[in-house]
Ligand binder design. Structure first.
Ligand code: UDP
Length: 310
């Protein structure tokens, strides 16, 4: 693949920063648009090699100007995290809807043919009841975040019909790895365990998640960006279901922590959003790009823990 000029919105965030590193590593010219609201997670040596713009993705004119000459846009900027979304539902939706509007305008004005969009497994709501979910099942978004992500998926489908802009919407399943905010469960449990303070499991701990290692998520994103035609939706899931109680045990043992595993009621706003069971099928992804996430949870957790100790 020849060198491309690639715009990454949200490039300083968790998944975005890993994506930026990989794109720089393979020799692409990378342009990052980010407000730095949650800090800058791009490693220093990588940051020196990119073009950076501290700009809100909702700023249509600036995003269009910055994107001139780009081949591809990865639109990964978002407000996320149950706590923040629950407190700021309107801003969450505005960022999604206005951000996509800007990205679409930039693509149309500049003749950019491809958009890769970070959607969410949250669009499935409470549907993952008996089996892993695939992309065919009817979605059931329950939060402003998931609802806005679903809206953008449909918007991208129409952008292809009306303007011929190719895109993929990636439904990520609980991505984890280095540099993740400790608002999310894995870094949070590591922090609690290494401080020997209680590991706080919400509810019964029987709720499940499908944890996808960030390097796998990025690899899938890059392969999709290179190959997408038309409009497609893909799950990016590890296809392994873990209970949160089990996760707490694993992290406690790994860290040889004296923390107590404390089963507590989730804060009210979280409780309202809690999904009982979630795990995904990456079969479609494998069919299209001959790759699916394959890092098992223990291997990924080992990397995270090693970085904490170094
Ligand atoms: N969780 C928990 N204790 C915490 C933080 C989270 O038990 O201190 C649980 C949470 O209730 C959910 C899972 O961990 O079932 C994943 O939470 P996270 O916020 O990482 O992602 P979500 O899947 O809720 O978007």
């Amino acid at each position: 693949m020849s060198k491309q000029r690639i715009v990454v919105t949200g490039g300083a965030g968790f998944i975005g920063s890993h994506l930026v590193s990989k794109l720089v590593e393979r020799g692409d010219e990378v342009v990052v648009i980010d407000t730095l609201l949650r800090g800058n997670k791009i490693p220093k040596d990588v940051f020196k090699q990119i073009e950076f713009h501290r700009v809100d993705v909702s700023d249509e004119q600036k995003v269009a100007d910055i994107s001139k000459g780009a081949d591809l846009i990865y639109h990964f900027a978002a407000i996320l995290g149950v706590d923040i979304v629950a407190d700021n539902p309107i801003e969450t939706m505005e960022t999604e809807v206005n951000g996509m509007q800007s990205v679409a305008r930039a693509a149309i004005e500049n003749g950019i043919k491809t958009i890769v969009y970070a959607s969410t497994s949250g669009v499935y709501g409470h549907l993952a009841l008996e089996k892993s979910v695939d992309e065919e099942i009817l979605v059931d978004p329950r939060t402003s975040y998931a609802m806005a992500k679903r809206y953008n998926e449909i918007y991208l489908a129409s952008l292809y019909e009306e303007k011929g802009i190719h895109s993929v919407a990636i439904r990520f399943f609980n991505v984890y790895g280095l540099r993740q905010d400790n608002r999310m469960v894995i870094p949070r449990f590591f922090e609690q365990a290494t401080q020997n303070s209680p590991i706080t499991v919400y509810g019964s701990g029987e709720q499940t998640r499908d944890f996808t290692y960030v390097d796998d998520a990025v690899k899938a994103s890059i392969l999709l960006g290179d190959r997408v035609k038309g409009f497609e939706i893909f799950n990016v899931a590890n296809e392994r279901e873990s209970t949160i109680g089990e996760l707490a045990e694993i992290i406690k043992n790994m860290t040889q922590s004296s923390s107590e595993i404390k089963y507590i009621n989730a804060p009210k706003k979280r409780y309202d959003y809690e999904v009982g069971r979630r795990f995904g099928s990456s079969a479609k992804l494998e069919r299209f790009i001959n790759y699916k996430p394959n890092t098992d949870l223990q291997t990924g957790l080992d990397v995270v823990y090693k970085a904490l100790r170094d």
